[in-house]
Design a protein around this ligand. Structure first.
Ligand SMILES: Cc1cc2nc3c(=O)[nH]c(=O)nc-3n(C[C@H](O)[C@H](O)[C@H](O)COP(=O)(O)OP(=O)(O)OC[C@H]3O[C@@H](n4cnc5c(N)ncnc54)[C@H](O)[C@@H]3O)c2cc1C
Length: 461
């Protein structure tokens, strides 16, 4: 626990220099063609793509805090091609559509890379791929099955035995792995947000920060967004509020706020890095039901997060939950077990953030207010890349057009809703307990998890 003694209780990424000056809060009555609520990735991609599709469109973004202060500025920075929260989850839920979804996801990732280049966004975007590692025998078997299915569909995945995976990154806990070589990029999440915001502003998008939208009303020809001291009348509205689904009642059935936590180490010296290897700098995820994700930063720190996803009773969201000592201790202990050769390395930052989890793990989409509002939510911890796809979906839905995106089952279907409170809290705690048991018992899923699997309801760390 000495390693945590000096850790600053704030997201590493958001403390970097370079954050844009916040825009003034809204104090007037405004009009717009498109109003976007929320300035995380979901809202910023929507604003940017709306301008790229139609430069003459007047676009306003209204943000309760500042751009990226929530999940988008404090995540692991794994920018995945997957639109379905991973290949296995997609294959089990959308088998008939999987080839299309993989193709669209890879195109989406390529277009993110292209956007970063075109707008000169300085966010350390790097196509490292992702290394899935097994730390138990049952995970080796599951990774083998994943590899066979993914390779069979032509994906660039490489199966690694114990020695091969340890030659990539050396941990005594590794038993095997699969390197998905082009399905994921690493980014600096906050600098991606800031760059997207700048690109939007350069194209003429207007921003109002520190302005919460309290209510949405229908008016002739559009919708009215009410804020404390102003309002926006817009022809169309994109709701991009992540885990904060209060503006649309129906989202409360589908989305639960789940807290995820991360640590950042001090930069590794050349000697320490050599003791780990990691020459190809992949993002890494281990393969338990409760999993860690970890990666290098440009200056060779290690971000180490995940495992202990926490749902607070009643779905409460509060900045008090951004810090959780028990989870930080657990994460630090797991880090020491994974990389014993880094003994003495100190953590400099510790933080948490809220994820918009849904029961199918991947984003879902829809419209409200007679098609004048579109929403995208439920990315369940894998939204860095997929929110851009969701932004295109929202714009297609707002156009009212039948497009290759709006006709996908992924877009037309909804997750199974969660039960209301207080049953919801009970169900989630039972599921968490069952998942931890499965990880301890060779991956064996108890009757409760098997029942959830059968009805397509899940909970994921
Ligand atoms: C610790 C952590 C690690 C993660 N790691 C990864 C990862 O490595 N890879 C990955 O793909 N995903 C990861 N995620 C998930 C990813 O960050 C999210 O899926 C993504 O950022 C969601 O973007 P968003 O724009 O939908 O939501 P947010 O970033 O949460 O943005 C929503 C915005 O809406 C605003 N808002 C809400 N209500 C209102 C209102 N009424 N009026 C005005 N504004 C409002 C909020 O202030 C907020 O700024 C992680 C998340 C966390 C918390």
């Amino acid at each position: 626990m000495r390693a945590l003694a000096d850790a600053i209780p704030e997201p590493y990424w958001l403390r970097q220099p370079g954050a844009p000056e916040p825009a003034d809060p809204l104090t007037t009555a405004e009009n717009a063609d498109l109003a976007v609520i929320g300035a995380g990735y979901s809202g910023l991609w929507t604003a940017l793509l709306a301008k790229e599709r139609d430069p003459g469109r007047d676009v306003v973004v209204v943000e309760a805090g500042t751009a990226g202060w929530a999940a988008s500025g404090r995540n692991g920075g794994f920018c995945a091609a997957s639109l379905t929260h991973g290949f296995d989850n997609g294959l089990s839920r959308f088998p008939g559509e999987m080839d299309t979804l993989e193709r669209l996801g890879r195109r989406n990732l390529a277009e993110i890379e292209d956007t970063v280049r075109r707008y000169d966004i300085d966010c350390d975007f790097s196509r490292t791929g992702e290394l899935h590692v097994a730390t138990a025998g049952w995970q080796v078997r599951e990774l083998g099955a994943y590899h066979a299915a993914a390779a069979g569909r032509g994906l660039d995945v490489r199966l690694l035995d114990r020695d091969a995976v340890r030659a990539e990154v050396d941990s005594p806990t590794y038993l095997g792995g699969v390197w998905d070589r082009d399905g994921c990029a690493m980014v600096d999440p906050a600098r991606l947000v800031w760059g997207l915001r700048r690109a939007c502003a350069d194209l003429g998008v207007r921003f109002y920060d520190n302005t919460r939208v309290d209510r949405i009303d229908t008016i002739p020809g559009g919708l009215r967004l009410h804020t404390l001291r102003g309002r926006v009348d817009a022809r169309r509205v994109a709701l991009a509020t992540g885990a904060y689904g209060n503006l649309l009642r129906r989202l409360r059935h589908y989305v639960i706020p789940v807290y995820d936590y991360a640590l950042m180490t001090e930069p590794l010296t050349a000697g320490r890095l050599a003791a780990v290897g990691w020459a190809n700098r992949q993002g890494i995820g281990d393969s338990g039901n409760q999993f860690h994700y970890y990666r290098l930063t440009a200056d060779n720190r290690i971000l180490w997060g995940g495992y202990d996803a926490v749902y607070y009773r009643g779905g409460r969201i509060s900045t008090d939950h951004d810090q959780r000592t028990a989870t930080f201790h657990l994460l630090a202990r797991h880090f020491a077990e994974t990389f014993p050769q880094l003994d003495g390395l100190r953590f400099t930052h510790k933080w948490g953030g809220v994820i918009d989890a849904c029961s199918r793990f991947s984003g879902f989409y829809g419209t409200a207010h007679s098609g004048r509002l579109a929403y995208a939510a439920g990315y369940t911890g894998l939204g860095v890349g997929a929110t851009r796809f969701g932004a295109n979906v929202m714009l297609d839905l707002l156009d009212g057009a039948r497009t290759p995106l709006t006709t996908l089952k992924l877009v037309r279907s909804k997750p199974i809703p969660f039960p209301p409170e207080p049953v919801r809290t009970g169900v989630i705690q039972l599921t968490r307990w069952s998942i931890a048991q499965a990880d301890r018992h060779d991956g064996r899923r108890n009757l409760w998890l098997r029942t959830l699997d059968r009805v397509g309801l899940g909970f994921d760390s």
